[in-house]
Write a protein of this length. Structure first.
Lengths: 259, 215, 215
C-alpha cells in the first residue's frame, strides 16, 4: 500500500485540510472512510514532516489522537443486546460531519476568490470630484433664524432662573454656601469641581468656595467623587443635603463662625 | 418593404461582422469611459491593433448613440480626442444631486445654544457660557471647534486665565452673514416676532378680499 | 397587426410621458456615472424628488440597456446600490488604458476561508471560526479587520462574552455582491461537489450550443 503523499510533502493549513486531501485524492467515499488506512497515512505524513523539520501545529497531534480513538472504537465489539436498546452512532460520524462542513467552506472560499478575479477585471471611473469641488462643505441644517431664536430662549431661561448673584469683591463663605445650594438644587448628578472653580472671577471667591465646600462635605450635604485616580473630582448631592438647609440653625452657626 | 428585405438579409450576411463590430464598439465605450485624457482614434487603433478607419467609424457611431435624448452622458471630441462626460444640460440636476448626497450638518440643541451664546457674547469663556446656559458640560465646545464654527480667542485676564472663544469666518459663511454686525439684535428679533403676528393676521385678508377683487 | 396598431397609438398617447422618462433616464445615467459609492434607488429617488417605483423601473431599464452586447460599460447592483463600471470581459483591452490600477486585494487561502466562514455564519465568534476551520490562529482576523472586509458585531451572550464578527459593505463591494442573499447557499456547494464529476464530462456541450441559441 503506497501512500499518496510519498513523493512530495505538501503544506496543509490544518489537519482537516490534510484529511480531506487524502480522502479526495484517493477517491474515497467520505461517508465510509477506511479509518485504519487513513490513520496510517495521516501518521506517515506527520512522521515525514518531522523528518523534514516541518513544524506541525498542535491540532495535527490532536487529530492523530482523535483518529486513533475512532479506530479503537471501531475495533471494539459491541454488545448486540445493548445495540438494540441504545444504537450507537458510527464513531466516524462526527469527523465526517466536520470534514464535510470544512469542505463546504473551502468551496465557499474558492467562490469568493473567483468573484475577486472578476472584480479585479472591472474598473470604475467616478467623476464626482468634479461636481464636489464647487461646494466643498455641507451646509448647516440651521438657519440664522434658528440661531437667534435659540439665543433668545437661552436668555429668557437665564432671566427666569433663580441665580444667586455673588459679588466678587466682598464674597463670603456663607455666600458661597448659598451659591452651592442654588447649584445643587438644580443638579442632582455630579458636578465637576473644576467647572465650579473656573466660574469664580476672583481669588477670594475661589477660597470662599473651597471653604464652603469643606463645610458642606462635613455636614454630609455634599460628597466628593473621583472615578479614576488623579481623575476629575466631582461633587454630588447627598441625602443630608435637604437636612443641612432645612432649619436655619446650621447655616446660622457657620455664618457666626466666619464673621 | 425594401427595408424589411434588407433587414432580413443582413443578419445572415453580416452577422459575424456586426457582432464583431458590437464587440469592438463595447471595447471603445469602455476605453473612452476609463481614460481621463481625451484619446485620439489613432491612439486607440494602435493600442488595440485595429485599422484606424474602422475605429473612426465606430467612434462616430458611439458619439451618435450617446447624443440621443435618453443618454445623460455624451462622448465629445475634445483636443482631437474622444472623452466621456455628463451632458451639460443635466449639470444642474447632477450638481443638485451631489449636494443633497452630502447631508447638511445637524447641530444638537446644546451645540446650537452654545453657538448662539458665543456669537452674541464673544469673546467668552466656557464658565461664562455655562453660566448663561445654566447647564453644566462643555463637550459641545469641541464639536463646534471641530466644525470650525468657533475658534479660540486668547485667554481672559482673570483668575485661572480661562480660554475665550469667538465665531469664525466659516460661521459667517454658514449663516450667510457679511460680518458679525449683521447679526440681528435681540430687540430686532423681538420686533420681528411682533411683526410676524401682524403679518399672519394680515395674510388672511387678501384671501377674503380676493373674490371681491375679481368681481 | 394588433401590435402595430398599439405601436401607432402609443406615441400620441404617451409622448409627453416617454419624453419625460427619457429625460429622467438620462439624469439617472449621469448620476450613476459620477458616483463613487454604490447608490441605492431610495437615495436617488429622495435626492431628485421622484417616486421610488419610477426610479426603480428606470434604473432596471438602464441596467438592461447597458447589459447589451454593444455596451462595454455596465450598471451593476453592488452592496444594495447601483454603480457604473467596465464589463469584466473587456479587461484585456481596458487594462492598457487604466492608469490608476486599483491595488489587487490579495488574500491568502486561510484568509479567504475565514472570510467565507464569517460571511455564512455571521455574527460569529473566533472560537466558532477556528472550530470550523480546524485550525488555531486568529491572525487572519486582524488582516480582514484591517482591510475593512469584516467588522466587530458586538459580544455573544455566552461565557466569556466573546466578540462576534460580521462582513461589511466593503466586503460586498470588493466581491461584487448585491447583498449577502446573493451568496450561494452552503447546501449548493455540497451538491456542486457531487455534480462536479458529472459536469466535467458534459462541459463541452453548452459551448457548442451557444451560437445556435443566438441565431
Amino acid at each position: 500500500m503506497s501512500s499518496p503523499l510519498n513523493f512530495h510533502l505538501e503544506q496543509y493549513d490544518g489537519p482537516l485540510d490534510l484529511l480531506l486531501d487524502l480522502i479526495r485524492k484517493q477517491e474515497i467515499n467520505i461517508y465510509d472512510i477506511p479509518i485504519a488506512r487513513i490513520t496510517q497515512q495521516y501518521l506517515e505524513y506527520m512522521q515525514k514532516a518531522a523528518e523534514m523539520d516541518i513544524e506541525l501545529s498542535a491540532e495535527f497531534v490532536y487529530m492523530a489522537a482523535t483518529l486513533i480513538h475512532i479506530k479503537s472504537r471501531m475495533l471494539l465489539p459491541r454488545d448486540p443486546e445493548l445495540d438494540k436498546l441504545l444504537p450507537e452512532e458510527d464513531p466516524r460520524q462526527e469527523l465526517v460531519d466536520r470534514l464535510l462542513e470544512h469542505e463546504r467552506f473551502k468551496s465557499a472560499a474558492e467562490m469568493l476568490q473567483q468573484k475577486r478575479v472578476v472584480e479585479e477585471a472591472v474598473w470604475s471611473n467616478p467623476q464626482i470630484a468634479q461636481f464636489r469641488a464647487e461646494d466643498d462643505d455641507p451646509g448647516l441644517a440651521v438657519t440664522l433664524f434658528d440661531l437667534v431664536k435659540t439665543f433668545q430662549t437661552v436668555m429668557e431661561r437665564a432671566k427666569h432662573r433663580p441665580v444667586y448673584e455673588v459679588d466678587t469683591e466682598d464674597v463670603s463663605v456663607p455666600d458661597m454656601i448659598r451659591y452651592l445650594r442654588n447649584v445643587f438644587d438644580q443638579e442632582s448628578g455630579p458636578v465637576s469641581a473644576r467647572d465650579l472653580f473656573e466660574r469664580q472671577r476672583s481669588r477670594r471667591a475661589m477660597i470662599c468656595l473651597f471653604l464652603a465646600l469643606l463645610e458642606l462635605v462635613k455636614l454630609q450635604a455634599l460628597g466628593l467623587t473621583q472615578p479614576d485616580s488623579f481623575g476629575e473630582i466631582g461633587l454630588k448631592r447627598l441625602k443630608g443635603f435637604e437636612a443641612a438647609f432645612a432649619g436655619g440653625e446650621t447655616l446660622a452657626a457657620i455664618e457666626q463662625g466666619y464673621n | 418593404m425594401q427595408e424589411m428585405d434588407a433587414a432580413q438579409l443582413a443578419p445572415q450576411l453580416s452577422e459575424d461582422r456586426s457582432s464583431e463590430d458590437a464587440q469592438l464598439q463595447a471595447i471603445l465605450e469602455a476605453i473612452v469611459y476609463i481614460t481621463d485624457e481625451p484619446l485620439t482614434a489613432q491612439q486607440i487603433a494602435a493600442a488595440i491593433g485595429q485599422p484606424i478607419d474602422k475605429i473612426k467609424r465606430l467612434l462616430d457611431q458611439l458619439v451618435a448613440e450617446f447624443a440621443k435624448l435618453e443618454h445623460g452622458l455624451s462622448i465629445r471630441e475634445i483636443a482631437g480626442g474622444y472623452k466621456m462626460a455628463t451632458k451639460a444640460e443635466h449639470h444642474e440636476a447632477v450638481r443638485a444631486f451631489v449636494k443633497k448626497l452630502t447631508p447638511p450638518l445637524k447641530l444638537s440643541l446644546p451645540a446650537l445654544e452654545t453657538l448662539a451664546v458665543i456669537a452674541y457674547k464673544q469673546p467668552v469663556t466656557t464658565p461664562e457660557i455655562m453660566d448663561i446656559r445654566g447647564v453644566q458640560g462643555a463637550g459641545v465646545i469641541k464639536t463646534l471647534l471641530d466644525r470650525k464654527l468657533i475658534a479660540e480667542a486668547g485667554r481672559k485676564d482673570v483668575v485661572g486665565r480661562p480660554l475665550t472663544y469667538k465665531t469664525t469666518k466659516e460661521f459667517l459663511v454658514q449663516f450667510g452673514l457679511k460680518d458679525l454686525k449683521e447679526l440681528p439684535t435681540l430687540k430686532e428679533f423681538e420686533e420681528l416676532g411682533r411683526l410676524e403676528l401682524v403679518e399672519e393676521s394680515a395674510q388672511a385678508e387678501p384671501a377674503v378680499e380676493h373674490p371681491a377683487a375679481d368681481a
